[in-house]
Design a protein around this ligand. Structure first.
Ligand code: ZN
Length: 233
C-alpha cells in the first residue's frame, strides 16, 4: 500500500503550480517548489522519513507560505524520500526512513555515501543562496512531545519561543538550543548549519492528530520566518 503522502503529492503540487514553479529532479523525480524571487530566500526540507507525515502535509499546502511570499522566496523540497512512498505509514520503519540499500534519508549529507535523492538535492543548494533553512520532522522518542532545535538563536531568544508555545497552545516542548551534535554529523540540519545558514529543525509531536501536529509546525514556522532578515545568525 502506498504511503498517504503519495496521495497528497499530486493535488498539493498542482495547487502550488499556480503560485510557483514546480519541477522534478532526476529520474526519481524528486519534487521541488520555487516561489517568485525575493531578496531573502528560505530553504524548506521535509519528507526524509515518511512515518513523519506532518512535514510533507504542511509543505504541500501553499496557504502556509502565501502570507510570507511578498517578503521572502522559498525553495521547498516537500517529499525528499521517494522510496518510502511505496509503503504505508504504519510499515516497518526501515522502509520509511531508509532506501532499499539501508541508507537513512537524514544521513550522508555532505558525505559520499547517501541516497540518490539527497545527492540530487545537495547539488541544487548553492552556498550563500539561503538566509535560513527549516527542516520538518516529527519526534517519535516521546509520544506527544515535540522539539525545536536551532543553531540560530541565543538562549534568550529561545526562551521566548518556549514561553509563547506553552501559554498559547499547551504543547509539551523540549527546546534544544543547538542543532549540531556528534550524532547529528550526517544530517541535513548539521550540513546546513555548517554553511552559515540559520538552521531550524521542527519536530512535531509524533502520534498526535494531524491538526495538532500542523499547529505545532505552523507555530514555529511562522515564528522563525518573523525573525528572518531581522537577526543575524
Ligand atoms: Zn525525521
Amino acid at each position: 500500500m502506498k504511503n498517504e503522502v503519495y496521495g497528497w503529492m499530486a493535488p498539493g503540487l498542482k495547487k502550488w503550480s499556480r503560485l510557483a514553479s514546480v519541477d522534478y529532479l532526476g529520474e526519481l523525480r524528486v519534487p521541488r517548489i520555487i516561489t517568485p524571487a525575493r531578496q531573502t530566500s528560505v530553504l524548506v526540507l521535509t519528507g526524509h522519513h515518511l512515518e513523519e507525515t506532518s512535514g510533507p502535509y504542511f509543505a504541500l499546502e501553499p496557504d502556509n507560505f502565501e502570507p510570507w511570499m511578498n517578503a521572502l522566496s522559498f525553495v521547498v523540497f516537500p517529499v525528499i524520500n521517494q522510496y518510502g512512498l511505496n509503503f504505508s505509514a504504519d510499515s516497518n520503519e526501515n522502509f520509511l526512513r531508509k532506501n532499499q540499500w539501508g541508507i537513512n534519508y537524514n544521513s550522508g549529507w555532505g558525505k559520499p555515501l547517501k541516497t540518490e535523492e539527497v545527492r540530487l538535492i545537495e547539488r541544487k543548494i548553492v552556498r550563500g543562496q539561503f538566509e535560513a533553512a527549516i527542516s520538518l520532522h516529527e519526534d517519535s522518542t516521546t509520544p506527544g512531545e515535540g522539539s525545536f532545535y536551532t543553531n540560530g538563536l541565543s538562549p534568550r531568544q529561545l526562551d521566548l519561543f518556549s514561553t509563547i508555545v506553552y501559554s498559547d497552545h499547551g504543547f509539551k516542548l523540549a527546546p534544544k538550543a543547538i542543532v549540531v551534535d556528534e550524532e547529528d554529523g550526517q544530517s541535513s540540519e548539521y550540513w546546513l548549519s555548517k554553511r552559515r545558514i540559520g538552521t531550524f529543525l521542527i519536530e512535531a509531536p509524533f502520534g498526535l492528530p494531524m491538526e495538532e501536529r500542523i499547529a505545532f509546525v505552523g507555530y514555529f514556522f511562522n515564528a522563525i520566518l518573523g525573525l528572518v532578515g531581522k537577526i543575524r545568525w
